[in-house]
Design a protein around this ligand. Structure first.
Ligand SMILES: *Cc1c(COP(=O)(O)O)cnc(C)c1O
Length: 395
């Protein structure tokens, strides 16, 4: 887009930003499925490797289709810069690994996606980086943990699958004092409903596999932040360690962004309607959704989110056995550990995405034996409601 993009609204940005037409003047964005580039002369190759960034030299460093995806997401997020990655986990790992060193301390809430916990709890300590885990919903624990210096703070808000929130503005202020950079995994909120950078976060990461693709086709991820951080710290790490996004996936994700707003608004509307209808059902202990007044952090959700997301967590009476009976009785909603898809998907985190956690850690994260996580898709509300009623009747 050649005009000043800052004046456009999010829906316009999602369709128009990053467009860089070839001389063929195609309507739909071109897909550059190439790993390398050629040079007119040996001198031109030499000049390219002096690396002034003015041309592409190799697929691991950059590609025009990946740049399309990155520019579109940068515009939506309101960030200075972005780099795509092969998956959400590649984005999470790169955002941390590019900046920590032995002796550093990281702080994170316990309530995290299983693989994020693995990176912070099992992997980084092998390299001398320790992580202190706290209850991310408790301001006093944040105060205490960030009274000491830290290199980075990593949070998911809302968290997967417990839908716990972290007060971004308060934690960002504490991070400044502790000298820590605040990294926010914004997958559950989506870039439409929460802008962590505006609350003082330094870095935002996405699994683009989820709502950004939104149609269950490919893996991808992204890291967004300041130009200095992306160019100075992230890019060298990505260039030399190689978690590059495939151009084909970047194209799919860039086209996914075009419909992100329509899909996510509709999915969130259905999610809130289902949560409201299910609350108080005799077979349920709780219905968790940030949009319900009964959510312990509903006030915070209203402050820092402009929508409440597309996910619900249901705690079914009768534990694992009851939860399995519920899942197995559904005939429309699919059992799948993915989320953010156009198709409604449901999972039992305790035996799938969070299986590796100890019983104590599961309890601390609110992953009870009866907990199921529902990712609401684009089906009709009445059909989804009827399916959930069918499931609950089987409990
Ligand atoms: C899925 C997910 C990830 C990992 O993303 P992949 O694309 O599967 O690697 C990270 N964080 C959250 C919150 C997720 O839901």
């Amino acid at each position: 887009m050649t005009t000043d993009s800052s004046s456009f609204g999010p829906n316009t940005l999602l369709v128009r930003s990053g467009v860089n037409r070839t001389p063929f003047q195609e309507t739909s964005e071109a897909l550059f499925l190439t790993s390398g580039y050629v040079y007119d002369s040996a001198e031109a190759a030499e000049a390219a490797f002096l690396n002034d960034g003015s041309r592409y030299v190799y697929g691991r460093f950059g590609n025009p289709t990946i740049a399309l995806f990155e520019e579109r997401l940068t515009a939506l997020e309101g960030a200075e810069a972005c780099r795509g990655t092969a998956s959400g986990m590649a984005a999470v790992f790169a955002s941390l690994a590019c900046q920590v060193k032995a002796g550093d301390r990281v702080v994170a809430p316990r309530s995290l996606f299983g693989s994020c916990t693995y990176i912070l709890k099992d992997l980084l300590p092998r390299f001398g980086v320790v992580c202190d885990f706290i209850d991310g919903t408790d301001p006093a624990q944040w105060e205490e943990a960030l009274a000491k210096p830290a290199r980075a703070v990593f949070v998911e808000t809302p968290s997967n699958p417990s839908l716990e929130l972290v007060d971004l503005q308060a934690v960002a202020a504490l991070c400044k004092k502790a000298g820590a950079r605040l990294i926010v995994d914004n997958v559950f909120a989506t870039p439409l409903f929460q802008k962590p950078l505006q609350w003082g976060a330094d870095i935002v990461v996405y699994s683009a596999t989820k709502h950004i693709d939104g149609q269950g086709r490919c893996l991808g991820g992204a890291v967004l932040g300041s130009q200095d951080f992306i160019k100075g710290e992230l890019v060298p790490f990505l260039r030399h360690t190689g978690p590059a996004l495939s151009p084909f996936n970047a194209w799919t994700l860039a086209k996914g962004l075009e419909t992100l707003s329509l899909r996510v608004h509709r999915q969130a509307e259905t999610a809130l309607s289902l949560a409201t209808r299910l609350e108080g059902h005799s077979k349920l202990i709780t219905v968790r959704h940030p949009g319900l007044a009964s959510h312990p952090q509903h006030t915070l959700a209203k402050k820092q989110m402009t929508g409440f997301g597309t996910l619900l967590a249901l705690d079914i009476k009768g534990g694992k056995e009851a939860a399995f009976r519920f899942l197995n009785a559904l005939s429309l909603i699919d059992i799948s550990n993915n989320l953010g898809d156009a198709k409604s998907l449901i999972t039992h985190p305790g035996t799938t995405t969070h299986q590796r956690l100890s019983p104590e850690d599961k309890a601390l994260q609110g992953i009870t034996p009866g907990l199921v996580r529902l990712s609401v898709g684009l089906e009709d509300l009445e059909d989804l409601h009827a399916d959930l009623m069918r499931g609950l009747a089987a409990v």
